[in-house]
Design a protein around this ligand. Structure first.
Ligand code: H79
Length: 687
C-alpha cells in the first residue's frame, strides 16, 4: 500500500508546480531549527480556538435532546441527507471577522485556531475540491478569507483545525457503526487522502502564512503512522515554517494528549480539557479547553467557567510551560455567545496589566506553592520570577519556600511606580512584605528579580513501599538538587543541622514520624517534610476446609448509575468464575456483576490492590469496603493498601456497566514489588 501513497504524493507535488520543497525531510530537523520555528508559539502562550460550522444551526438540540454540539451528526445519528439540509440554513449574517479578531486580541490572545473542517466534513471556506462548503450556503462568503484579512490587519496569527476523520466524504472509512444504508462499496481511502491533501493545499496556499495546522480525528484504525508522517511532510512542504500538532499521526495517549517520546509526535502535545499535573520539561504542549461544556455552540449550555477559573488555568498552564487554547463556539448568526464575550473582556483587562507574566515565560522552578503559581523569564545576569498570588496572605507576608538565590528587588506588576517591597530572608525561605489589599481579586502578580539562575531547594521526598507495615519497613529520602545534604529526625522534632545526616535507606520497626530537610553550609535551605509510617497488625486469615476454587458470581441486568444494592434482586445468571472475563468481554450494556468468595493469602504482609473499572466498582476485603470506585466513569484505577495475614479473607467485587466501554480488573502487589493480576489460585468460594 505504501508505494502507492508515495507515488500519489509525488504526482501531486509535481502537478503543484509552485515549488514545494519536496526533497527536504522535515522530520530531520536540528534543535536550533525547531526552536526557531517554535519561537512565536512559545512566546504567545495564549490562543483562541473557534468551533464553527453547520452544527451551530441545530445549536445542540435534536428531537428534544439538548446535549449535542459539533458531534451532533454522530451523537444524534443524523443521516447524511438530513444533515446536508443544514447547508441551506447556514446564514450567519451577523458575522464580522474584524469583531472576532479584535475580541481575541483584546483578550490578550496571540493566535486563532479555527475549524476549516470538523468531523462532519463541511468546509468553512471556499473549497474548489468540495461542494460541501460555505459557498453552497445562503451565506456564500469565504469566512476564512475574511478572517485571514482581519488577522493580518490586527497582527494575530491565523491557524486551522482540520479533521482527518470525515463523516461526509464517500471515500473516508470506516462508516459510523449506525450508518446501515451508507455503503462503503467502492470507497478508496487513498483517494480520500488525496482529497484531504487537496483541501490542505487550498488552505496552505490561499490564506497567507499560517501559524499552526491543528489536526484531529486521527484515532480511527484507518489512519496510520506512515500516513501521519507523509501528511506532516506534505503540509510543511507547502509552508516550511508551519507548526503541526501531534494529532497528525497516531500514538496520542487518550485525552492527556501526549505522544510517547520515542515515537514521532508532531511538534506539540495536545492535552484536551485537562492540564498535566506536572510540567513536561523539553516538550511543547498546549491544553485546549472549552469555556462551557461544549466545543460547538450549544444554546442550552450555560455552564461557563468563571473568569477567575479561566485566569487561574492560564497561570497554571504557563507555570508548567504550556500554551492555553481557549474555545469559543459562535452561533449560526455568526456571533460569540454573550457569556464568552464578557469573559474575554475581563480576561483582557487582567492581561493588559499582567500579560508580561505570561508571554514568553518559562515553567516555574518550584514544585508547588501554597498561594499560587510562578512563571519565570531569563534576563542576562538575573532571573525574573513572576509570583502569581491567587490567595493574598492575611498577614501580608508572602513566603517563597526554599529559594536559595540572592534577591535583587521585588514589586507589584500592577504598580506603575514599581515601589520596592521589603525582602526578608528567614532561614530557607524568603518573605516579601505585601500591602494589605491585593491589587487584583483573581491573581495579583509580584515580580521578584534574583541573581543568576534560580536556586530552589524543594523539601525532600520521604518514601517507603507503603505507609503501613507489619514487621519492618525501609525508608528512602530523596531531593531534587545536588548542592545540599539531608538531615532527618525520627522523634517528631524539626530537623536541625545536628540531626543525623541521611546517607542511605534505613529500616523502621515501630510506628515512626520521619521529618527531613535540606541543609547547606550549616543553614537550612528547604522546608521540612514529614511522613508517618505506621506499624499495624495484619487482619488474621481464616482456615476453612470446604472451600472450592473460583469465585461465585451473580449477573444482573438493569440500568444503574451506581453499583446497586443486590439484596433481594434476582440474578439473570449465576456461576463460578476464575477471573473477570465476564465483566470485560460482555458485549451487553446495562448490567452488573457481583463476585463473592475468599482471597487466600499465603504469606503475612502488606498488599496494595488496584481496582480498575469502566463503569463503577466496589472492592470489599474482609469486613471492610477497601476501594470505592463507584459511579459513571471511563477506565480509571483506584488503590488501597491492607495488611493481611495468612489464610482466607472474604472477598467481594461488585461492578456495573451502563454504556460505552466495559472493563474490570483487580491487580495486587506485595509491598515493594510490582503490580500483577491476582492469580486464579488465590480465589475460593463456599456454598
Ligand atoms: O474538536 C473538539 C472535539 O470535537 C474533538 N476534539 C476537540 C478539540 C473530540 N473528538 N473526540 N473527542 C473530542 C472525544 C473523543 C475521545 C475518544 Fe479517544 C476518541 C475516545 C476514544 C477515541 C482520544 C483518542 C481519546 C482516546 C483516543
Amino acid at each position: 500500500m505504501k508505494p502507492v501513497i508515495i507515488l500519489s504524493t509525488l504526482a501531486l507535488l509535481v502537478s503543484a508546480g509552485c515549488g514545494p520543497k519536496k526533497n527536504v525531510d522535515f522530520l530531520k530537523e536540528t534543535e536550533v531549527q525547531k526552536d526557531s520555528r517554535m519561537e512565536w508559539w512559545r512566546e504567545a502562550r495564549f490562543g483562541m480556538f473557534i468551533h464553527w460550522g453547520l452544527y451551530s444551526v441545530p445549536a445542540g438540540e435534536w428531537n428534544g435532546s439538548k446535549n449535542h454540539a459539533e458531534w451532533i451528526r454522530e451523537t444524534a445519528q443524523i443521516p447524511l441527507e438530513e444533515y446536508d439540509q443544514f447547508v441551506s440554513q447556514f446564514n450567519p449574517v451577523k458575522f464580522n471577522a474584524m469583531d472576532w479578531v479584535r475580541m481575541a486580541k483584546d483578550a490578550g490572545m496571540k493566535y486563532i485556531v479555527i475549524t476549516s473542517k470538523h468531523h462532519d466534513g463541511f468546509a468553512l471556506y471556499n473549497s474548489r475540491v468540495s461542494e460541501f462548503d460555505i459557498m453552497a450556503t445562503p451565506f456564500g462568503r469565504d469566512a476564512l478569507k475574511e478572517l485571514s484579512t482581519a488577522c493580518k490587519k490586527e497582527g494575530i496569527t491565523l491557524c486551522f483545525y482540520h479533521s482527518i476523520m470525515d463523516w461526509h466524504h464517500p471515500d473516508y472509512l470506516p462508516r459510523r457503526s449506525w450508518e446501515k444504508t451508507r455503503t462503503s462499496e467502492g470507497a478508496d481511502f487513498n483517494r480520500y487522502i488525496n482529497y484531504m491533501k487537496g483541501q490542505l493545499k487550498e488552505l496552505l496556499t490561499r490564506y497567507g502564512k499560517l501559524g499552526v495546522l491543528w489536526f484531529d480525528g486521527e484515532w480511527e484504525n484507518t489512519w496510520t503512522e506512515e500516513y501521519g508522517k507523509d501528511l506532516y511532510q506534505y503540509v510543511r512542504s507547502l509552508q516550511p515554517d508551519i507548526i503541526i500538532n501531534n494529532r497528525v499521526t497516531t500514538g496520542r495517549s487518550g485525552m492527556a494528549g501526549l505522544t510517547e517520546s520515542e515515537t514521532f509526535g508532531g511538534d506539540f502535545g495536545t492535552p484536551e480539557q485537562e492540564i498535566p499535573a506536572m510540567g513536561l520539561p523539553g516538550i511543547d504542549w498546549e491544553s485546549c479547553m472549552t469555556m462551557n461544556d461544549h466545543w460547538g455552540y450549544n444554546k442550552a449550555d450555560k455552564n461557563f467557567k468563571s473568569t477567575r477559573e479561566i485566569l487561574h488555568m492560564l497561570a497554571d498552564i504557563a507555570s508548567k510551560g504550556g500554551n492555553y487554547l481557549l474555545n469559543i463556539g459562535p452561533t449560526s448568526e455568526g456571533v460569540f455567545p454573550q457569556e464568552s464575550i464578557d469573559r474575554l473582556r475581563e480576561i483582557g483587562i487582567w492581561m493588559k496589566t499582567n500579560g508580561e507574566s505570561i508571554y514568553g515565560t518559562q515553567a516555574s522552578p518550584f514544585r508547588s506553592l501554597s498561594w499560587g503559581r510562578c512563571t519565570q523569564k531569563n534576563m542576562t545576569e538575573s532571573t525574573r520570577l513572576y509570583l502569581h498570588v491567587f490567595d493574598w496572605p492575611v498577614d501580608q507576608k508572602l513566603m517563597i519556600p526554599g529559594l536559595g538565590s540572592k534577591p535583587i528587588r521585588a514589586y507589584l506588576l500592577a504598580d506603575a511606580s514599581q515601589e520596592e517591597l521589603t525582602i526578608v530572608r528567614e532561614g530557607a525561605n524568603i518573605f516579601l512584605n505585601l500591602p494589605a489589599s491585593a491589587p487584583d481579586a483573581v491573581n495579583s502578580v509580584v515580580v521578584l528579580d534574583i541573581q543568576g539562575k534560580p536556586e530552589v531547594y524543594d523539601a525532600p521526598t520521604i518514601g517507603a513501599p507503603a505507609a503501613i507495615f507489619t514487621d519492618k519497613t525501609e525508608v528512602t529520602i530523596s531531593k531534587n538538587e545536588t548542592l545540599s545534604d539531608i538531615h532527618y529526625t525520627l522523634d517528631g522534632s524539626e530537623p536541625v543541622m545536628d540531626s543525623p545526616k541521611y546517607t542511605g535507606p534505613f529500616s523502621l520497626a515501630e510506628t515512626t514520624t520521619v521529618q527531613a530537610a535540606c541543609f547547606r553550609e550549616g543553614q537550612p535551605v528547604s522546608a521540612a517534610q514529614t511522613a508517618v509510617f505506621t506499624r499495624v497488625v495484619a487482619e488474621p486469615g481464616r482456615v476453612l476446609s470446604q472451600v472450592k476454587p473460583g469465585l461465585l458470581y451473580n449477573l444482573y441486568s438493569g440500568d444503574w448509575d451506581t453499583v446497586p444494592d443486590f439484596n433481594g434482586m434476582t440474578p439473570k445468571m449465576t456461576g463460578i468464575a476464575t477471573d473477570f472475563t465476564l465483566a470485560n468481554q460482555s458485549k451487553d450494556e446495562k448490567f452488573a456483576i457481583d463476585y463473592q468468595g475468599f482471597l487466600n493469602i499465603t504469606e503475612d504482609g502488606v498488599y496494595t490492590f488496584a481496582l480498575s473499572s469502566d463503569d463503577g466498582s466496589l472492592l470489599y476485603v474482609g469486613s471492610s469496603l477497601a476501594i470505592n470506585h463507584d459511579g459513571l466513569h471511563g477506565a480509571t484505577t483506584r488503590e488501597a493498601t491492607l495488611a493481611l495475614g495468612k489464610g482466607l479473607h472474604t472477598l467481594r467485587i461488585s461492578f456495573f456497566e451502563k454504556t460505552g466501554g466495559n472493563s474490570l480488573s483487580l491487580l495486587w502487589k506485595k509491598s515493594g514489588q510490582e503490580f500483577v493480576a491476582i492469580p486464579t489460585e488465590a480465589f475460593y468460594y463456599y456454598r
